[in-house]
Design a protein around this ligand. Structure first.
Ligand code: HEM
Length: 467
């Protein structure tokens, strides 16, 4: 055992802290989503439909993207990673103090960036934006260090789920570093908008480097068992990992060359096609098309939104592949409107729907809720349906080539549905959290009694998530 201060034995692992490590991340993520990212997701397309698009609209679109990807999806995924990485690594969260510091750096950084960027042509706000970018860089580096150390035993064994999660953390730091450098170059100048080619490269790394890699790592471990598939072979997992990282490196390399004015459309397109192929390889192991599920009876109603999430992942793979091949053959880069629509199929259909569904399956708050007040069967389906409708309006209608005004109103409708679903999920999480805390108090009180009676004994936890 390691020694604590002055030769005293080190304190035991912080079990309760570990158990609740995700909570503040989840609350912060839901606040960034409802007050920031999804609110802008309604406001931006309404302004576009009314023809009010200028530089400040573009700056706010970049703020929307950042709040959604890093504030909402990022914080949520990082919070859940603090619970899953110890299970995947076979121990406890290593250096939890790094995660504490990372959380506050990320929250302060996001707030500073969101407040600073829209007014960054004035010096104090430019400084605020830069402070935000540097805090985010620090926070992501601290977080990635703790998660990589926690996953280390599985990384050295070459376990694909650990490699994918760690790669996701590395991409998170890479995009934060590039973001800080490029924001530094506009800070104090006469614009508050990142150049389009740089901005899109950052967004690509955030979506397919960070979010896709972490989602795939978690999925590789859990989805096959949800749908009664055998655990994927190491060979398949490692091949998908190599394909995905190869595609991302090619995409990043091509994108960087293009920011330097070098014509590199084809490598960029090829990188996108490889990422699409890696998604399809991963999906082939998930088994979402099988009739049976191995979910506990109380969780069965979530099978539908879970399948919908994986159908959306399959569509993302197909769309990345086909739009990439099409652009490659024509020796062009993928059209902006198409790339943006595919990103939103992934953002809403895979990430947002995945967050809302997986959280209900794996977070302890919802497990306690199922024991104490089992939710209505239609709840998961209703939330899932709202989000699927949002994907259609935000992702598929714009892909169908409708005119710009119809596209904007369709997006605004999608934004309204997305905001409703995420706000409703926030209320449900808060209610489940209160139920969970009360349940744990009851269990603790029951344990301290010498002779518990059978009628007030807390029910046993029978539906632990199959992770
Ligand atoms: C239905 C909900 C949503 C709507 C209506 C919406 C709307 C928009 C709009 C209008 C833009 C600007 C597109 C342009 O520049 O032409 C945009 C960009 C973006 N959105 Fe969304 N969005 C939604 C959900 C999301 C979600 C859930 C995420 C991520 C988890 C996300 C991430 C982004 C990103 C990264 C960008 C690019 C920002 C940039 O240019 O830097 N969006 N979105």
């Amino acid at each position: 055992m390691t020694n604590g201060p002055r030769g005293m034995p080190a304190p035991p692992p912080r079990e309760e802290d570990d158990a609740d490590s995700h909570v503040r991340f989840v609350y912060a993520a839901l606040l960034f989503a409802t007050v920031g990212g999804f609110a802008l997701a309604v406001w931006l397309p309404v302004q576009a439909a009314l023809g009010h698009v200028g530089l400040s609209w573009v700056a706010l679109a970049q703020v929307h993207g950042h709040l959604q990807v890093i504030g909402f999806a990022g914080l949520f995924v990082l919070g859940v990673a603090t619970k899953l990485a110890p299970r995947f690594g076979g121990g406890h969260l290593v250096r939890p103090r790094l995660v504490d510091a990372a959380f506050w750096c990320a929250v302060a950084g996001l707030l500073a960036r969101a407040l600073g960027q829209p007014l960054a042509t004035q010096m104090p706000f430019a400084a605020l934006m830069m402070a935000g970018a540097l805090l985010e860089l620090t926070g992501t580096a601290l977080f990635a260090t703790s998660i990589a150390l926690t996953l280390w035993p599985s990384i050295v064994r070459g376990a694909p789920h650990a490699l994918l999660m760690t790669a996701g953390m590395v991409w998170l730091v890479v995009q934060a570093l590039l973001g800080a450098i490029w924001l530094g170059q506009i800070a104090g100048g006469d614009t508050n908008v990142l150049r389009h080619d740089r901005d899109i490269l950052l967004v690509t790394l955030q979506f397919y480097g960070f979010l896709l890699c972490v989602f795939s790592g978690v999925g590789l471990r859990s989805f096959p068992s949800f749908f009664g598939m055998p655990q994927p072979s190491l060979r398949l997992g490692r091949a998908a990992f190599v394909l995905l990282q190869g595609g991302l490196l090619l995409w990043l390399g091509g994108g960087l060359l293009m920011t330097l004015g070098v014509e590199a459309g084809r490598p960029t397109d090829a990188g996108q096609v490889l990422v699409g192929a890696a998604i399809l390889a991963l999906v082939s192991a998930f088994g979402w098309w099988r009739r049976e599920t191995r979910l506990a009876v109380a969780s069965q109603p979530l099978a539908w939104p879970l399948r919908a999430t994986l159908v959306m992942l399959t569509l993302t793979g197909l769309l990345l592949g086909t739009t990439g091949v099409d652009a490659f053959v024509r020796d062009e880069v993928v059209l902006t409107v198409r790339a943006d629509a595919v990103r939103h199929v992934f953002a809403l259909g895979v990430i947002t729907l995945g967050i809302v569904t997986m959280a209900q399956l794996i977070l302890p708050e919802f497990a306690s809720e199922r024991l104490v007040h089992p939710p209505k069967k239609w709840r998961g389906v209703a939330l899932g349906s709202l989000l699927v409708a949002a994907v259609v309006l935000r992702g598929f209608v714009p892909l169908s080539g409708v005119d710009a005004t119809v596209r904007s109103w369709s997006m605004a409708g999608g934004g309204g549905l997305g905001l409703t679903a995420v706000a409703a999920f926030g209320v449900l999480f808060h209610r489940a959290r209160r139920t969970h805390v009360a349940y744990l108090k009851r269990v603790a009180a029951w344990r301290t009694r010498a002779l518990p009676t059978t009628d007030d004994s807390p029910p046993a936890r029978r539906d632990a998530p199959p992770l």
